[in-house]
Write a protein that binds this ligand. Structure first.
Ligand code: ATP
Ligand code: MG
Length: 251
């Protein structure tokens, strides 16, 4: 039996104003796995990822990362994870390189390790000579690539990536996907991501969880799910499920 890296058990998150964002959600992510959370806008993906990343407190339920409780042992969890927020800023007055060196400084034990980390990040980012330029001159996609690189370069036990390729052009999205896959395969990094790109999740994810209105609707290996539901692609399956669920909840 593989080790469970993320255990989400009966998780509920209610925001002020009685907005139920996550509604008794349970799932597990195993070691070395790439798990994709998919669901329409407002489904509760970001809320769930932020709770797992210790940035938001659950209303009820339990979340355990590598054996540690995200509320009671948040410090321990933070040491094991690396989180790419949905919308993140980077220090604009630094160059890309200075930013990476700054972040690597928190993780690396010595100069050699820091240099290796930064070199790796430059490769992941695909920014080339742009790495010497100020972040304020970067396009949206270039900033995103810098942040993806920052998140992965530390080779965390668990990488939590909220829409990692959003805003990237096709070539760079493919590059980033391959890197994520390679990190899971080569370094045993467990990846939990969210995405709106069905091609991406089909290519990348060992398992997916489809959530709608904070409820897990379906879970499994994307290829097996397509076969099981006799759907030709994930977009079709996804739309069918979400429509069915909407009818159930409104009728
Ligand atoms: N800070 C907040 N305060 C109040 N309600 C919030 C807050 N953040 C999110 N919500 C609500 O919680 C629900 C889930 O939002 P969440 O951001 O988790 O969805 P999501 O699945 O990430 O959507 P998207 O695909 O658009 O990123 C939505 O109804 C949203 O309006
Ligand atoms: Mg979101």
């Amino acid at each position: 039996m593989s080790n469970v890296v993320v255990l989400v058990d009966d998780l509920v998150k209610v925001y002020p104003g009685n907005i139920v964002a996550v509604n008794h959600l349970s799932f597990k992510v195993y070691e070395g796995e790439v798990y994709g959370l998919i669901g329409p806008n407002g489904a509760g993906k970001t809320t769930t990822l932020r709770i797992i990343a210790t940035l938001l407190k659950p209303t009820s339920g339990k979340v355990i990362v590598a054996g540690y409780d995200v509320v009671k042992e948040a410090e321990k969890v933070r040491k094991l994870i690396s989180y790419l927020p949905e919308e993140a800023g980077a220090y604009k007055n630094l160059t890309g390189l200075e930013y990476l060196e700054f972040i690597a400084g928190f993780y690396a034990e010595n100069k050699r390790e820091l240099e290796d980390m930064v070199e790796e990040a430059i490769r992941i980012s695909g920014l080339g000579d742009k790495i010497y330029e100020k972040i304020s001159t970067y396009s949206k996609g270039m900033k995103r690539r810098l942040l993806v690189a920052r998140t992965l370069m530390v080779k965390p036990k668990l990488a939590i990536l909220d829409e990692p390729t959003s805003g990237l052009d096709v070539v760079h999205a493919v590059h980033v996907r391959n890197i994520i896959k390679n990190y899971a395969r080569s370094y045993g990094v467990t990846v939990l991501l969210s995405s709106h790109n069905m091609l991406e999740v089909e290519y990348l994810c060992d398992r997916i969880g489809i959530i709608h209105k904070g409820v897990l609707r379906l879970e499994g290996d994307p290829k097996k799910l397509l076969h099981e539901y006799n759907a030709s692609n994930l977009e079709e399956l996804f739309s069918k499920l979400v429509e069915e669920h909407a009818q159930e909840t409104y009728s």
